[in-house]
Unconditional design. Structure first.
Length: 299
């Protein structure tokens, strides 16, 4: 099954009860690097922005270096940061993070001092440009294609090696309802997680844990002429959240689960696969994580 078209679901308005307090949390969104927000109206971020604004968040954009953009920020969003590719004289590629050492240190110190970070990742090289931030906070990240035998690839069930975890639930153990993000939050019964990567820190940090024995494949498709390097773990997660010093961090290894795209498969089947789907709670999960990031952690 092949994705033949993707359009933004620009008419969608999520139905929820906004906070009745004037918290005025200031969200700074990284647009100075090549995140999804640098893509303009085609970013698929409209629903996220609408939810934040209706829920009382004040939004601005960082157009320059992050180490010069955090003075008034309460929450920083870095969504989908690819690596930079530099072509060498030999024709080989030099891959490097677009984040400078000064930016990495400034962000980590800012979180330690009470700021909150929402970071989304994906496969190398299009979603792994923030790896230096993960290393600085001792977060493990493997930027291959996540797969489990009980959850075949939605695009190619026979040969694909990138699972679409549609229908993650507490009953399956794939939504960790004990995580503090869910305390007094909206109920989450089903999460759709598209072909993503894997992140982990401690079992307690896992918000969306993958099943034991989940694999990460260097390549998303397995053929006899295309071998794949495979790592298997019982600790992989699709999303984690943790307190870091005085601040909080949420990291997702799927940069599509909160975007408002409608996919067309094989030129015929239109599917709401992410935050605008009536069959999942992705939008409410986004509300919960933003509210959790907005609250000052207890000392």
């Amino acid at each position: 099954m092949e994705v033949t078209d993707a359009v933004v679901d620009s008419d969608y308005i999520h139905d929820f009860e906004p906070l009745d307090t004037d918290h005025n949390t200031h969200v700074v969104i990284d647009r100075g690097h090549n995140t999804i927000y640098a893509q303009g109206e085609s970013s698929g971020a409209g629903t996220m922005l609408d939810i934040m604004e209706r829920d009382g968040f004040a939004i601005s954009y960082a157009e320059g270096p992050l180490d010069q953009s955090l003075d008034s920020a309460d929450v920083l969003i870095i969504h989908g940061l690819p690596n930079d590719e530099i072509e060498l004289p030999s024709g080989e590629s030099l891959w490097r993070s677009p984040l400078s050492p000064e930016e990495v240190e400034a962000v980590v110190r800012w979180v330690d001092d009470g700021g909150s970070l929402f970071l989304t990742l994906s496969h190398f090289p299009n979603g792994s440009g923030a790896r230096p931030l993960l290393d600085a906070m001792a977060v493990q990240f493997i930027d291959g294609y996540i797969w489990h035998e009980d959850t075949p690839s939605f695009d190619d069930p026979k040969n694909g090696r990138c699972s679409h975890f549609f229908g993650m639930s507490p009953e399956q153990g794939m939504v960790n309802s004990e995580h503090p993000l869910f305390a007094n939050g909206l109920p989450i019964n089903r999460v759709d997680y598209l072909c993503g990567a894997a992140v982990w820190r401690t079992p307690e940090d896992a918000i969306l844990p993958f099943p034991p024995g989940t694999q990460s494949h260097l390549n998303g498709r397995i053929r006899s002429d295309e071998p794949s390097f495979i790592k298997t773990s019982d600790q992989y997660a699709g999303m984690i959240g943790f307190q870091f010093g005085g601040g909080r961090v949420v990291i997702s290894a799927d940069q599509g689960m909160f975007r408002d795209f409608i996919f067309t498969f094989n030129e015929t089947e239109r599917v709401h696969v992410t935050i605008t789907s009536p069959d999942n709670d992705n939008a409410d999960l986004f509300i919960n994580l933003m509210r959790w990031l907005a609250v000052e952690p207890e000392s």
